[in-house]
Design a binder for this molecule. Structure first.
Ligand code: MN
Length: 202
């Protein structure tokens, strides 16, 4: 069964002015659709066909560039859309708040550390908040479409918050001002979803 492009769950203009509608439309309908199509082509007729994306990434042969790039791209964007929300975002609370404060001291210090990881990722890639078994959280970043679920990649936890820092994610509106895009992202983070993912993965 082929992977399908997931719905955003909100309109392309719903995150304005933080993320503009044109960027969202191209990012979702062109970039994410492209990763989805290329992933399906890469696994068709192989023993990966029919497996979950988490299973594929966790057990990935890292030398398989087509599945690494497009499976990562499929998974990463599928997570990214869910951790933003134009409304009903909730706030950092509960066990996730405790874990973030244990690791980083405060929400503000966490945001500063995450923003630094996103700003200093050279070239294209992602910043992540990951959770390890037992509940400890850790910020890391990956190049290209790599993901911490992949063998030997970065901090090796389960990602629960991700930020795309490829230029295609922000260039139309922010040009080279990646830090402004990172700040804007934190205006639309869906803490309810991050907390749900934390509880599921810890
Ligand atoms: Mn992207």
């Amino acid at each position: 069964m082929a992977f399908e492009l997931p719905s955003l769950g909100y309109a392309y203009d719903a995150l304005e002015p933080n993320i503009d509608a044109r960027t969202m439309e191209i990012h979702h309908s062109k970039h994410h659709q492209g990763y989805t199509n290329n992933l399906n082509n890469a696994i068709a007729g192989t023993d990966l066909d029919g497996k979950s994306i988490e299973d594929i990434l966790t057990n990935l042969d890292m030398s398989n560039g087509a599945v690494r790039n497009n499976g990562g791209g499929y998974y990463n964007h599928s997570l990214f859309w869910t951790v933003m929300n134009p409304e009903d975002r909730g706030y950092l609370s509960g066990e996730l708040k405790d874990a973030i404060e244990a690791a980083y001291g405060s929400k503000d210090e966490f945001i500063a550390a995450f923003s630094k990881a996103a700003a200093t990722r050279f070239g294209s890639g992602w910043a992540w908040l990951c959770v390890h078994k037992g509940g400890k959280v850790e910020i890391c970043s990956t190049p290209n479409q790599d993901n911490p679920l992949m063998p030997g990649v970065s901090c090796g936890g389960t990602p629960i918050l991700g930020l795309d820092v490829w230029e295609h994610a922000y260039y139309l509106n922010y040009q080279n001002r990646r830090p402004d895009y990172i700040n804007a992202f934190f205006n639309v983070v869906n803490w309810n979803e991050v907390e749900r993912r934390y509880a599921e993965a810890k």
